[in-house]
Design a protein. Structure first.
Length: 269
């Protein structure tokens, strides 16, 4: 399978945890990669803990305008490392701390200031699907398998990922996924609300990268405002959007966008 996400020109950021890689491309698209293919990219506690710092590093990078979240090999992520999870649930206090780390990682991904796209090959299960849901968009291979499986393990997910899933797919579909723990074929992810694009596996990386490059050419001001408004409950959207609206009156984006349109050229945001 062609892997344009990882073979294009890029620079690697220092690794914060074994099994997690971060790259910044010259095109403004960063790639955050789960890199434990021998364990189907299962997410260790060290990876959960390192995600917020790595995302902060990418957010602060002056060249980054969009982020793709993916997995090495043919798997997005099989979820939390079950071996570690068995140890964690031997002590209720450790379990509480572990879930707090999970939520912190998910929240950091959801709060990333630029567009985020999960690029889903193969299995996207449990904590892996939790992180895909925290992205702005999901591009999914037709033969991928997605599911959130706490009911198969007796685990109770925290409120944050449970409610985020319900906001994405609706309460009834969230119940369907969480009650059953069944894995959904990638080709069914679109009608369920778990994907925005579903493509053949061999086309997925190129399509995701092309779309991410489109987003790097759009107004950061507009994208940031949309993310702010849609990241809160509807009754708080106006409050979240207000400072963006005020800033937009003086920010250069609108002047550049209008000038570019009138001059018949692409804008330079």
């Amino acid at each position: 399978m062609d892997q344009p996400l990882l073979t294009r020109d890029r620079s690697a950021l220092p690794a914060r945890a074994e099994g997690l890689n971060a790259y910044v491309g010259e095109d403004g698209v960063a790639v955050l990669e789960f890199a434990r293919p021998h364990r189907r990219n299962a997410v260790t506690l060290a990876i959960w803990e390192s995600l917020p710092g790595t995302l902060e590093q990418l957010a602060d990078h002056p060249g980054v305008r969009a982020l793709l979240l993916t997995g090495a090999g043919n798997t997005f992520s099989a979820g939390a490392d079950i071996g570690e999870l068995a140890e964690v649930y031997g002590d209720p206090k450790r379990a509480d701390a572990y879930h707090a780390v999970n939520v912190a990682a998910e929240e950091a991904l959801a709060a990333f200031p630029h567009p985020t796209i999960a690029v889903v090959h193969g299995a996207c299960v449990g904590g892996g699907c939790q992180l895909a849901v925290a992205c702005d968009l999901r591009f999914v291979a037709e033969d991928a398998r997605l599911g959130i499986t706490p009911a198969k393990l007796g685990v109770v997910y925290p409120a944050v990922p449970t409610l985020r899933l319900a906001r994405l797919v609706g309460p009834a579909r969230a119940k369907y996924l969480l009650f059953s723990g069944e894995l959904v074929p990638g080709r069914d992810a679109l009608p369920l609300g778990l994907a925005e694009r579903v493509l053949p596996d061999v086309e997925l990386d190129s399509a995701a990268l092309d779309f991410a490059r489109v987003l790097t050419r759009r107004s950061p001001q507009t994208i940031g405002a949309v993310k702010a408004a849609l990241s809160v409950p509807p009754e708080r959207a106006a409050e979240a959007l207000a400072p963006w609206e005020r800033r937009s009156r003086e920010a250069p984006d609108v002047h550049e966008g209008l000038a570019a349109f009138l001059e018949g050229r692409p804008p330079r945001f």
